[in-house]
Design a protein around this ligand. Structure first.
Ligand code: PMP
Length: 436
């Protein structure tokens, strides 16, 4: 196996050149800038099923899937039909619509982990609102988060966050007041003693512990059920809330997300991505009692001009209704498991130091032989392998998110033939990474 010549990126490069005049770093979200992989960012022109095409006409099997929302793939006909029908009646009213009820009813009658919810427009907004609600409800200020969990660009959570920040080797963001960061306690994942120590050090002060359903923004750091249930217990004992940030895992691991996967009942759950079918939607939900503290019922203020936007609600309805088809998750997860097993087996047979971490239809390629469960266990130097792999994969028609810390997603639209093609490309790329 030999390296293939690089794909043409002339059009993408020209568009990027222009974009650099308009946007900081030429992008509207940092990781898109391809800073930790080879080449300029690919400008995507079109997507259909599990395929995307870039501005130069290169075609890829897409495992980024818009970073998770597209669990049914691109251009799903049912989602599209719902969107077009909604647009026919208007794009936004800033007033209640029946579509909000319809999406809420679809969610609440099939996801028993929450009783009431509020729609917002992004995952960040969902988390920001959940944090405010937890603080308002408990009348406490401190938040405990985990190193390696990313919760959007919420001020008080941009403290040693993962995602783009780790990729760029930063530990926090400029512009976050020290006073905010002071209210955030950051501890390692998978470490009970650290949790106990935090509660001992700040008795009666921690409003909430927030954790990603399965931490999936800094590698895929799969926690044990026992640990998650410990978090449930310790928060309860300390009258602190447990917030599950299920922006990635919600409706991905199953309709009830990681909460069902771990068999826990968090106090507040945040959603995003899948819930909007590719449109900008987030949500946070909890028991009716806790949600009763949100304005106008309660004193925790939260609002949004485009919240519950009818077109976005329609996309969500179009998508979630398909996820409720009998056997949907079983089929998707089985397809993903067999894909991942095959890759792991290939690497094992070759003796490569390579491990695929996986849960449901999410996977993470790691250049390690360890069972990584905390951010600090990731060897930053292993990202040089990812960089080579990313390039080789692009040259073979496979698109992974442009960072070795990001996970991949398998959608319902990935066919056996697409996955076979991708496997072959992955095998060849691994050979090149390890034979060099
Ligand atoms: N929480 C988690 C767990 C996420 O993965 C993300 C985005 N990757 C967010 C929050 C923020 O969501 P958004 O990008 O929609 O603001």
């Amino acid at each position: 196996t030999t390296s293939l010549p690089d794909i043409s990126r002339a059009q993408s490069a020209a568009l990027y050149e222009t974009a650099l005049h308009y946007f900081p770093g030429g992008v509207n979200s940092p990781v898109r800038a391809f800073k930790s992989v080879f080449g300029t960012p690919l400008f995507i022109k079109k997507g259909d099923g599990c395929t995307v095409w870039d501005a130069d006409g290169n075609q890829f099997v897409d495992f980024c899937c818009s970073w998770g929302p597209l669990i049914l793939g691109h251009n799903n006909p049912v989602v599209k039909q719902h969107v077009l029908q909604a647009i026919d009646s208007g794009m936004s009213f800033g007033a209640p619509t029946e579509l909000e009820n319809d999406l809420a009813s679809l969610i609440l009658s099939n996801n028993k982990k929450i009783e009431k919810l509020r729609f917002v427009s992004s995952g960040t907004e969902a988390v920001m609102s959940a944090i405010r609600l937890a603080r308002g409800y408990t009348k406490r200020d401190k938040i405990l988060k985990f190193d390696g969990c990313y919760h959007g660009h919420v001020d008080s959570l941009l403290v040693k966050a993962g995602s783009g920040l780790v990729t760029f080797g930063e530990t926090s963001s400029a512009g976050v007041p020290k006073g905010f960061a002071d209210e955030t306690i950051v501890i390692p994942l998978n470490d009970k003693e650290a949790v106990k120590a935090a509660f001992d050090q700040f008795p009666g002060q921690i409003a909430a512990v927030i954790i990603e359903g399965i931490p999936a923004n800094n590698g895929l750091l799969i926690q044990t059920k026992e640990y998650i249930q410990f978090l449930r217990e310790v928060t309860k004992t300390n009258q602190s809330l447990l917030i599950f940030d299920e922006v990635i895992t919600g409706f991905r691991l199953g309709f009830e997300g990681a909460a069902a996967y771990y068999d826990v009942n968090p106090d507040i759950i945040t959603y995003g991505k899948i819930i909007g079918g590719g449109m900008p939607v987030g949500a946070y939900g909890a028991s009716a009692e806790i949600m009763g503290h949100v304005s106008p019922e309660g004193s925790v203020y939260q609002a949004g001009t485009l919240s519950g936007n009818p077109v976005a609600m329609a996309a969500g309805i179009g998508q979630l209704s398909q996820l409720l088809q009998p056997g949907f998750y079983k089929k998707l997860n089985a397809k993903a498991a067999s894909f991942v097993e095959c890759i792991q087996e290939f690497a094992n047979n070759r003796g490569y130091k390579f491990k695929v971490f996986t849960a449901g239809s999410m996977f993470w390629f790691a250049f390690t032989d360890q069972n990584i469960q905390a951010a600090a266990e990731i060897d930053a130097s292993s990202m040089t392998y990812f960089k080579v792999m990313h390039r080789e994969l692009l040259n073979r028609g496979v698109y992974l998110g442009p960072s070795g810390y990001e996970i991949g997603f398998i959608s319902d639209a990935h066919t056996a033939a697409d996955l076979d093609k991708a496997k072959k490309a992955i095998f060849d790329s691994l050979d090149i990474v390890f034979l060099k």
